[in-house]
Design a protein around this ligand. Structure first.
Ligand code: NAD
Ligand code: UDP
Length: 337
């Protein structure tokens, strides 16, 4: 059985991916410093897969701790979810973001090279497309960023491209996620942000259960079907399956692979709100507010390459995303606490 090191595996996308790795016959080894997650998520995953998991509470920046893990286990590939991800916070704390995201990646690849493990899947983001010139967005579109978080993703992409260019024995899959939402259908694991959520989906679920009063829809004057922003929301379980396909691919010595992970369909913020209202069985209160600085109007993926290269196709609907997100919120009114 192949050992896959999952850095950041206690987090939102990591915890779901651990399940899909096990379903596909891989042995995940989880590393997380729990800076933005709780060990409870791993316990929940153990309940779902009905087996105990290998977990190390460690920081990817701590090379000695990472060396110990690589010495204990023969690691075949690494998926790196570890990083900070809040756009607004990255503008306040750029040093912390560059240190953790870029420093963490460098430390990780250094240790991987020492142990001759050169297979890596990296969590990038559609944010590297900046304000896209056209949609759907293809992987060869122009890249740019508007905030330190996005810059960490773009710079890491450059670093990984250079690594692959210099040493052809590296196999790297750069996965550009669009908007991951939803939760595992068990309702046991899901997105559990600290404080008031910045992202749309966790904000709506808190409004749905009365923890927040009303959703502010940022902008109704975009050049879109109903004036609200349009995004490519993708169910986190579909996204997680994309990681398994990416691991399969790099283990075939693929070299560098860069793909979008989205559904290829753009839904508006209002469509998302209305779908939540439908699955909830009552209206989600909302009001229109000014555009959020830095936001773009429309963003959705061209999924042709993901399908051709990885055989990836998202199957879950917007209704699945809303129902599963709501189910997690209802079953866990205080998240993992
Ligand atoms: P998350 O915060 O839930 O998970 C990241 C995990 O990494 C957390 O458990 C955190 O404790 C851990 N971590 C952070 N720094 C670490 C370090 N130095 N050492 C060890 N562990 C560390 O976030 P997520 O939503 O699961 O996102 C996973 C990855 O995907 C991130 O890199 C994020 O930037 C990227 N991404 C996320 C989204 C999204 O909307 N969720 C979109 C695009 C890209
Ligand atoms: N959005 C909103 N209200 C919120 C949070 C988000 O109207 O409280 C909108 C936001 O303006 C964007 C879409 O929802 O059009 C998705 O935002 P999110 O922060 O979830 O992801 P982003 O696409 O910005 O990464």
């Amino acid at each position: 059985m192949k050992n896959i090191l999952v850095a950041g595996g206690a987090g939102y996308i990591g915890s779901h991916t651990v399940i899909e790795l096990i379903n596909a016959g891989y042995n995940p080894i989880i590393v997380d410093n729990l800076s933005n997650s709780k060990e409870e998520s791993i316990k929940r995953v153990e309940g779902i897969v009905n087996k105990s998991l290998t977990f190390y509470k460690a920081d990817v920046l701590d090379k000695d701790a990472m060396r110990k893990i690589f010495t204990t286990h023969s690691i075949d590939a690494v998926i790196n979810f570890a990083g900070f991800k809040a756009v607004g916070e990255s503008c306040q704390k750029p040093i912390e973001y560059y240190h953790n995201n870029i420093g963490g990646l460098i430390a990780l690849v250094e240790v991987m090279r020492e142990f001759n493990c050169k297979n890596l899947v990296f969590s990038s983001s559609a944010t590297v497309y900046g304000d896209p010139e056209s949609v759907p967005i293809k992987e060869d579109a122009k890249l740019s960023t508007t905030n330190p978080y996005g810059s960490t993703k773009l710079f890491i992409e450059y670093i990984l491209k250079d690594i692959c260019k210099a040493d052809s024995s590296w196999n790297v899959a750069i996965l550009r996620y669009f908007n991951p939402v939803g939760a595992h259908e068990s309702g046991l694991i899901g997105e559990d942000p600290n404080g008031i959520p910045n992202n749309l989906c966790p904000y709506i679920t808190k409004v749905a259960v009365g923890k927040l009063e009303c959703l502010n829809i940022f902008g109704n004057d975009y050049d879109t079907k109903d004036g609200t922003g349009v995004r490519d929301f993708i169910h986190v379980v579909d996204l997680s399956k994309g990681h398994v396909l990416a691991v399969n691919k790099i283990l075939e010595n693929s070299g560098l692979v860069i793909v979008n992970l989205g559904t290829g369909t753009g839904y508006s913020v209002l469509e998302m709100v209305n779908t939540f209202s439908k699955v909830l069985g009552k209206e989600i209160p909302y009001k229109f507010a000014p555009r959020r600085p830095g936001d773009i109007g429309t963003c959705y993926a061209d999924t042709t390459k993901a399908q051709e290269v990885l055989g990836f196709k998202a199957t879950k609907t917007l209704e699945d995303m809303c129902r599963d997100a709501l189910n997690f919120q209802l079953k866990n009114p205080n998240g993992y606490n």
